[in-house]
Design a binder for this molecule. Structure first.
Ligand code: SF4
Length: 280
C-alpha cells in the first residue's frame, strides 16, 4: 500500500469522504441506472437485473409493466407470458417464477404494497439485502449502501474494507460516511467501477482519483493506453454525450435550487400569514 500503510482510522475516513466528493464532481449525473416509476417497478427491475446489465433490463421493463402494472396483475399472470417478456435478461424461467412468487406474497401479505423496510423486503422471494437496499435507497429515500460486484471490488481497492462478505462490507463502508450520503456513495462508486475502475484492467492512468487510491497501478498506468479503456460517456469520441449529461445535471441542479427557493418563500409566506392572523 505504500504511503497509506500507516493510515489512521480518521485518515481513512477523510480519504473516503474525499473520494466521494471527487466522484460527485466527476459524475454529477450519477443515479440508479434502472428505470422505474414506483417501488414495485424498481423491485421487479432489480430482481431482473441479476446476472445481466441494467440496459438490458430497461429494454424489456416497459412492455412488462404495460402488461402487468401492479403486484395483483403480476400475481395472476400466466407464467409463460412473463417468461417470454423477460427472456433476454437470462435465467428467465427462474426469474419469472420468482416474480410471480414475489407478486403473490405482496398481494397476500402486504395488501399489494411494497414494504418499506429491509427486514420485510428480504423475506420476499428473490430479494436479498442488495435488492432491498436498492429499493429503499431509490424508491423510498431511505439511505442504503448497495453492495454489488462493482462496489465490492472498488471498496477493497480503496482500502475501505478488507472483507469479501457483503454484510461486513456494507457496515465497514457505512461507518466511513454520514448516513444521508450512503445511497449516493453507492451510485458514484458503481458508476466509477463501470466506467474507469474495471474488474480486469482498471484505467489507472486516466483515473481522476488515482492520487487517493492505494490500488493505483493495479491497472494500466500509461495515460494514452488508459484513456482507451474508458467506457460509456467517458470513452474516446463520446465528448458530445458527456457534455450533454453534464449540462442535464447542471439543469437539474438549477431546477432543484429554484424549487427549494420557492419552497422557502412559500414557507416564509405561510409563517407571515399565520403570525398576522390573515390566514383563512
Ligand atoms: S487508480 Fe486504478 S484502481 Fe484506483 S480507483 Fe483509479 S482505476 Fe481504480
Amino acid at each position: 500500500m505504500g504511503k497509506w500503510d500507516q493510515e489512521t482510522a480518521l485518515g481513512l475516513k477523510r480519504r473516503a469522504r474525499k473520494i466521494n466528493r471527487e466522484l460527485a464532481e466527476l459524475y454529477p449525473y450519477a443515479h440508479a441506472e434502472l428505470d422505474f416509476r414506483n417501488p414495485f417497478e424498481l423491485l421487479v427491475a432489480t430482481v431482473l437485473s441479476a446476472q445481466t446489465t441494467d440496459v438490458r433490463v430497461n429494454a424489456i421493463t416497459p412492455a412488462l409493466f404495460a402488461r402487468f402494472p401492479t403486484p395483483l396483475a403480476m400475481a395472476q399472470a400466466p407464467i409463460m407470458e412473463v417468461e417470454e417478456l423477460i427472456r433476454t435478461t437470462g435465467f428467465f424461467r427462474a426469474k419469472a417464477a420468482n416474480l410471480l412468487a414475489l407478486a403473490n406474497r405482496l398481494v397476500d401479505e402486504y395488501d399489494g404494497v411494497v414494504p418499506g423496510s429491509v427486514e420485510a423486503l428480504v423475506t420476499l422471494p428473490g430479494v436479498g439485502r442488495k435488492t432491498a437496499n436498492v429499493v429503499l435507497g431509490n424508491a423510498f429515500g431511505v439511505p442504503g449502501i448497495t453492495v454489488d460486484t462493482h462496489f465490492i471490488r472498488l471498496a477493497r481497492r480503496f482500502g475501505w474494507t478488507d472483507s469479501m462478505d457483503p454484510v461486513r462490507i456494507e457496515s465497514d463502508v457505512a461507518a466511513l460516511f454520514e448516513r444521508r450520503d450512503w445511497t449516493m456513495v453507492s451510485h458514484r462508486v458503481v458508476f466509477h467501477g463501470r466506467r474507469i475502475c474495471h474488474a480486469k484492467k482498471p484505467a489507472c492512468g486516466a483515473c481522476p482519483i488515482a492520487h487517493l487510491c492505494p490500488a493505483y497501478g493495479d491497472g494500466e498506468v500509461d495515460p494514452v493506453k488508459a484513456a482507451k479503456l474508458l467506457k460509456y460517456e467517458l470513452a474516446p469520441g463520446q465528448e458530445e454525450l458527456l457534455a450533454k449529461m453534464l449540462a442535464d445535471s447542471a439543469q437539474a441542479a438549477q431546477y432543484r435550487q429554484e424549487s427549494q427557493a420557492e419552497d422557502r418563500r412559500d414557507a416564509a409566506e405561510t409563517g407571515r400569514t399565520l403570525r398576522t392572523g390573515t390566514g383563512k
